[in-house]
Write a new protein. Structure first.
Length: 647
């Protein structure tokens, strides 16, 4: 016991007197590699990083910055040999890199200012060289490396493997954070990279989505805490970042203010339950309002809930699967035909426009030859050259302008058709797997009784209006437009938000201090105590009560067709669930928090979706049906709603 006390004391005193050293490298442009696009944020990133490190008690004289023309291979070697080598064994050495990186000849290289592809081994800093420099010059045992690198598509994903393989054999206590993204997406915001922005948030103990790096709230941020928070925040920021953390280190890199939760008065809801802070009773009995995002919610009491269905329904599903799949394939073939037509039209228009420009170029040349034979006018008046006049006339010609406009629309329609084809193919692939697993169908959709605690769930799907506010307050990118409308997020405020990934939905839930529902929670809110097949009961669906690909209202066959796009979140009131929730069937699929069944994917990246969409058939909108979707996928028929749990 006494021995352990002295060991801990020695470690603590060592950290107390340890010094912090930093080497920051940033390169915006590469004169020797013309194919590398110029970055716009690296110099600013280094400036902000050094300023931030000084706020975290890094001495100014122990921070060395190498930016652009100063960041060549010779100066990097000198920095290790003459500067970082001064760090003592108990000190911290921090290495920060921002710029382009390249995976070549099975090696990953940080590209420096004088790097060239012909002499990549001598002019760039490979991870093997970095490992050599650390081993040769650094006595410090606490090393933290941050790499904000841009890679080509072919090398994305490879650098993480090399970070692990190179550094695992070093005796030093190394922790590395590597965030890779496609080099054409530098993701600069306010002159800084996304990585650099969140690095500052993490090391200064600021909050993002109501979380901060000081996880245990002890006023100390260790390297591991900073690295894990940085990785988490980059994963949920909405930009194409791929953060990886390697290694662990308990060195305290900065301090944080203690987070004291204020005391709140206890308030009870309509059912005498203790309401969580942020909830208030609405004017209508049994309903509530979540203040942060103005969501209308309903209370789901504690008790038993049922998921899955009986074998009779599963036998019917097995019979219907080929028909459902055939319907989706027919729908997919229509989009495929449209795609082919758009490709033909685009190619034709492009060739036509090229021909027009060639004729224009030829006529301009002829006009110059003619003008050379003409005498100069006696009166010096400004005149428009014949070639320029012809060029302007052709470019302003109605056919040219119209064809250009149609060409742009064709390219846009092509993207839409291909995205829709991809979404339909995902559903077809899922139905294929269900057909192959028909013997295990009952295990997938088995009827199970659960005991659930009380919770609140949104009455409506999250709207564009709510998600727009979230994006604006967190500087998050807007979701892509769906195939049926441009400016959907801005122009259709009362409609459900779509084209959001699971991480987008989780980020919103965290921002609003809530969560996504589990499939058990979702199903209980949709089915009620009687465990209905549909939110409105066991009656077969029709277009009057649900927005889906189902038959029209009885006795009204000639006047109704599937709408094939989402409707307002408060529409179809006759299709509400027993608890009063709208669109628990149809309209848009909804994300759940939990992972999909292992029978469909061994990866935890697949998450459960429930409820079906405007394009779903009868069985796909049942309360017990579900579909796994990759957490990074964004679909035009997929949204979400949130829950608030009672602690």
């Amino acid at each position: 016991m006494i021995k352990s006390f002295w060991i801990i004391s020695i470690i603590f005193l060592g950290h107390l007197h340890a010094e912090k050293w930093a080497l920051c490298i940033g390169i915006d442009h590469y004169p020797q590699i013309s194919s590398m696009p110029k970055l716009t944020h690296c110099e600013n990133d280094i400036h902000h990083t050094t300023t931030t490190l000084e706020l975290c008690n890094f001495p100014k004289e122990k921070i060395l910055s190498l930016v652009n023309h100063n960041a060549d291979i010779q100066n990097v070697h000198r920095a290790f040999r003459d500067f970082l080598s001064q760090a003592k064994k108990s000190d911290l050495v921090f290495i920060y890199f921002t710029g382009h990186s390249l995976h070549l000849n099975s090696e990953t290289h940080w590209l420096l200012y004088n790097s060239s592809k012909d002499e990549i081994q001598r002019s760039a800093l490979s991870l093997e060289q970095l490992t050599f420099l650390i081993k040769k010059y650094l006595k410090a045992k606490n090393i933290f490396i941050c790499s904000d690198a841009r890679y080509s598509k072919s090398s994305l994903g490879k650098p993480q493997h090399h970070f692990q393989s190179y550094f695992k054999n070093i005796s030093n206590n190394i922790c590395a954070v590597e965030s890779s993204s496609y080099y054409k997406q530098s993701h600069a915001r306010q002159g800084r990279s996304i990585f650099n922005y969140f690095f500052e948030v993490a090391i200064l103990g600021k909050k993002y989505l109501h979380r901060k790096a000081d996880y245990n709230n002890d006023q100390k941020i260790t390297i591991s805490e900073l690295a894990n928070f940085l990785s988490w925040s980059l994963s949920f920021c909405g930009y194409s970042q791929h953060p990886i953390v390697r290694g662990r280190n308990s060195f305290v890199i900065s301090n944080s203010q203690i987070n004291v939760e204020p005391k709140y008065t206890i308030e009870r809801g309509w059912y005498e339950e203790i309401m969580p802070h942020g909830m208030e009773k609405s004017n209508k009995y049994g309903f509530y309002r979540w203040k942060i995002d103005d969501s209308a919610m309903v209370y789901i009491p504690q008790g038993k809930s049922v998921t899955g269905t009986i074998q009779k329904n599963l036998r019917l599903l097995q019979k219907e699967l080929p028909l459902i799949k055939e319907e989706l394939q027919l729908y997919s073939s229509l989009f495929a035909d449209e795609e082919k037509l758009k490709v033909i039209l685009s190619n034709t228009l492009q060739e036509t426009n090229i021909s027009i420009l060639k004729v224009n170029k030829r006529m301009t040349a002829i006009s110059r030859q003619i003008k050379g034979l003409e005498k100069e006018p006696e009166i010096d008046e400004p005149q428009l050259p014949l070639g320029v006049a012809i060029e302007q006339h052709i470019k302003e010609h109605i056919y040219y302008r119209t064809s250009q406009s149609i060409l742009r629309k064709c390219y846009r329609d092509l993207q839409i058709a291909r995205k829709k084809l991809k979404e339909l193919q995902q559903e077809i692939d899922y139905l294929d797997k269900l057909q192959k697993l028909r013997k295990h169908m009952y295990g997938i959709f088995a009827k199970v009784t659960h005991e659930t605690k009380g919770y609140y769930i949104d009455i409506h799907e999250i709207t564009n209006k709510q998600y727009l506010r979230f994006c604006n307050e967190t500087s998050r990118p807007y979701p892509p437009n769906p195939w049926w409308q441009e400016n959907y997020l801005l122009d259709s405020l009362d409609y459900p938000v779509v084209n959001v990934s699971w991480k987008d939905a989780m980020a919103y839930a965290l921002w609003s201090k809530r969560s996504l529902p589990s499939d058990i929670m979702w199903e209980k809110a949709a089915r009620g105590k009687e465990a209905y097949n549909f939110p409105w009961g066991n009656k077969q669906p029709y277009l009057g009560i649900v927005n889906a690909s189902v038959p029209p209202t009885p006795n009204n066959f000639n006047k109704q067709y599937p709408l094939l796009k989402p409707q307002k979140t408060n529409s179809f009131p006759n299709g509400r669930s027993p608890y009063g929730c709208f669109h628990m069937a149809g309209n848009v699929w909804e994300w759940c928090v939990n992972t999909a069944s292992h029978r469909f994917s061994k990866s935890a990246d697949y998450r459960m979706t429930k409820g079906g969409s405007f394009n779903s058939s009868e069985f796909m909108i049942t309360t017990w049906f579900h579909q796994p979707v990759h957490a990074d996928f964004r679909r035009s028929d997929l949204g979400f709603r949130c829950v608030t749990e009672i602690k």
